[in-house]
Write a protein that binds this ligand. Structure first.
Ligand code: NA7
Length: 287
């Protein structure tokens, strides 16, 4: 069995690493904040003190960190992955970052005879826990095929999207839809409440008809119970919308809905909702 590494044990990374352990893989882990590794250590993971040490000892290395800067830090920083890289290593990055960053790292790894797949996911914390993530993958198709077993261990589906950066393109386009859709849901529910309607009954109508969506299905209870505990944070959604906005500008592509949603999430962040679940965006409509 391949030896696996995991760097980035946050909301998404920790349950993914847990699933690899449960499937019997030998796992070496590193997280900047060491305390987050404790539960995994108890389940048999080996923790090491730097990203370079993980890279040195594994065949396949997953990374799942916040954003472009975090990913560049774990690769290029002191004791970063590049210091432990070896020929034949495959890195599978599940962070949502810009396609430029995915391509830059893929090119860097190729110089060292190592492979890189940009493999962001759809599905937030519950899907990470239940092993039902969907991967959208960019990079060399043969490398993707070689890792099919690992994608199957963590997700219900993995799709090859094209050359390096294609997974990141897919994820930013995907989250453009999720961000706009979540904002639309919040705005509609807030309008119904303003008009004096019962939110539970209104959400039942939404889920029964033309306004239904995955977000309406996933977030209705959270909205009704005012449970904004984090499954995918508002600030990370804003990060994705800003990356998508940059893509739109690069492509000279008009994106009025993306712009409106980005502004709304920026207001949410400035009101202090950044660490809450993205469904907390509804609070922007409340007095
Ligand atoms: P979280 O729960 O905010 O976790 C982020 C992880 O990234 C966490 O392990 C952080 O370590 C790590 N991180 C952040 N910055 C750095 C730097 N500079 N160096 C090393 N490690 C860092 O995010 P999610 O799990 O919800 O999401 C992860 C990705 O998937 C993100 O791109 C989403 O958009 C999709 P820490 O524990 O803070 O020390």
């Amino acid at each position: 069995m391949k030896s696996i590494g995991f760097i980035g044990l946050g909301t998404m990374g920790a349950p993914m690493a847990m699933n690899l352990l449960k499937k019997g893989y030998s796992l070496t882990i590193y997280n900047r904040t060491t305390a987050k590794a404790n539960e995994l250590i108890n389940l048999g993971a080996e923790v090491v003190s730097s990203a370079s040490r993980v890279a040195k000892v594994v065949d396949v290395l997953f990374t799942n960190v916040s954003d472009d800067q975090a990913l560049l830090d774990v690769f290029y920083g002191v004791d970063g992955i590049l210091e432990g890289i070896h020929p034949g290593l495959t890195v599978i990055d599940c962070s949502t970052v810009s396609p430029e960053t995915s391509r830059k790292i893929a090119q860097e790894l190729a110089v060292h005879y190592a492979d890189f797949l940009d493999a962001p996911v759809t599905g937030s914390k519950p899907a990470a826990e239940s092993g039902s993530l969907v991967f959208m993958v960019g990079g060399d198709q043969e490398v993707f095929t070689d890792q099919a077993e690992l994608f199957a261990a963590l997700g219900s589906k993995s799709l090859y999207m094209g050359p390096s950066g294609s997974g990141s393109y897919a994820k930013l386009a995907h989250n453009t839809i999720v961000g706009i859709n979540s904002a639309a849901l919040a705005e509609g529910v807030a309008l119904a409440v303003k008009a004096g309607l019962d939110p539970a009954q209104f959400l039942e109508i939404v889920q029964s008809g033309g306004a239904n969506s995955k977000q309406a299905e996933l977030k209705a209870t959270k909205i009704l119970e005012r449970d904004f505990s984090n499954q995918f944070s508002l600030k990370l959604m804003l990060k994705d919308l800003l990356l998508a906005s940059k893509l739109s500008q690069d492509f000279k592509f008009p994106s009025p809905l993306l712009n409106a949603a980005t502004n709304l999430y920026q207001i949410g962040l400035s009101k202090g909702f950044g660490d809450q679940d993205l469904s907390a965006i509804i609070q922007c409509y409340e007095d």
